[in-house]
Design a protein around this ligand. Structure first.
Ligand code: SAH
Length: 355
């Protein structure tokens, strides 16, 4: 894996990549981050509809793959295990599927692993945990990852009168402060031709783990049929900008405050995933807005079914609100995007028709 090539001589200074990496490692191992009482809420925690739609999508994909048995269901960054529980519940209704599945969870935080084990304790499937995807043996697979890529550490480059510099963080008497340091021009991501030349103050970002991840998936898919679905917030067209952000108790916060005690993320560069995925020979679908993806995969029907079974007006209102939150363009419907990377020989997956 390509690592941040920084060597900063002053021990009080570090690259943004290392700062974000260390903060998030501490954050996910020490906090109950996700949910109403945590710092942020994710789609599977909003409604069971999200995981059920993904479960039905994965079941269709399994059929398209020729129903391999056994097959791996891999989830990267499974959070509280809610998405996995909802997906597996759908699998129990598909003949032969729950018997064939072997679950692999990629999770670095021990406390998150404990929460996942608890959530999945009454489902009788084999579950294994791993620190990285590389530890999972190659086999036919379906991979899902919701709000995983946004938590991976980024590098930021800022254009100055002296050329490109890398952004870093200095520990001072007043806390953490931004700084910049010299960087080799080869570290700066290639700018798309449509962008105007940079002017001082323009920033670009790179998430160094994403390209090796995409290329690793391509290798796996050469050996065995596979499909990988990533859902996250991000952009389909690269631009200058600073998307590094902190969220604490459901509010945006200063990312240099409370190191390791708030959620640090950056928007995902879907354009780069698309480019690297195609370059590595995979079938590539999307990115498409989460709202469109969920609706094309039957969210409205699922919501109607839940509404039929709702016991009170309040419960009905809740279902309607949740469906809106997951799909409306001014909520999670368009900033959140879905991209699917697959073995090239597979038929196209459902849900990616651009309207
Ligand atoms: N997918 C979940 C949780 C998203 S939060 C949901 O939708 O609710 C991010 C998750 O990724 C957490 O479980 C966190 O512990 C995990 N994580 C963060 N960095 C990671 C890394 N480098 N490797 C593996 N897991 C990581």
């Amino acid at each position: 894996m390509r690592e941040s090539a920084v060597s900063l001589l002053n021990p009080n200074m570090t690259s943004l990549h290392d700062y974000m990496s260390r903060c998030n490692a501490k954050y996910y191992s020490t906090r109950d981050a996700i949910g109403a009482r945590g710092d942020f809420i994710t789609a599977p925690e909003i409604s069971q509809m999200f995981g059920e739609i993904l479960g039905a999508w994965a079941a269709m994909r399994w059929q398209q793959m020729g129903r391999p048995a056994p097959f791996q269901l891999i989830e990267m960054g499974p959070g509280k295990g809610t998405l996995m529980a909802d997906v597996l519940r759908v699998f129990t209704r598909v003949p032969g599927m729950i018997e064939a599945v072997h679950v692999h969870l990629v999770e670095t935080s021990q406390s998150m692993r404990a929460a996942q084990a608890q959530k999945l304790s009454d489902i009788s499937v084999t579950i294994e945990w791993h620190d990285t995807l590389l530890d999972i043996p190659a086999a036919p697979f379906i991979l899902i990852a919701n709000e995983f890529l946004d938590a991976l550490p980024i590098r930021q480059f800022i254009y100055t009168l002296q050329g490109w510099q890398e952004r870093g963080v200095a520990q001072t008497d007043h806390g953490h402060e931004w700084m910049t340091f010299e960087t080799d021009a080869s570290n700066v991501p290639t700018l798309p031709k449509y962008l105007p030349p940079p002017i001082p103050g323009n920033m670009v970002e790179d998430c160094p783990l994403v390209r090796p991840l995409v290329e690793h998936l391509a290798e796996r898919m050469k050996q065995f049929t596979g499909t990988a679905l990533f859902i996250d917030y991000g952009y389909a067209r690269m631009d200058y900008g600073d998307t590094f952000q902190a969220v604490c108790k459901h509010e945006y916060a200063d990312p240099l405050q409370r190191a390791g005690e708030q959620d640090l993320t950056a928007h995902v560069n879907f354009a780069a995933i698309e480019q690297w995925g195609r370059g590595a020979g995979m079938q590539l679908m999307g990115p498409i807005g989460q709202g469109e993806f969920l609706i094309q995969n039957g969210l409205r029907m699922r919501a109607d079914k839940l509404l039929d079974g709702a016991k009170s007006g309040l419960e009905k209102l809740r279902i309607i609100e949740d469906a809106h939150r997951l799909t409306a363009p001014d909520e999670m419907g368009s900033l959140f995007k879905v991209i699917c990377l697959s073995s090239p020989q597979l038929p196209e997956p459902a849900g990616f028709v651009v309207s």
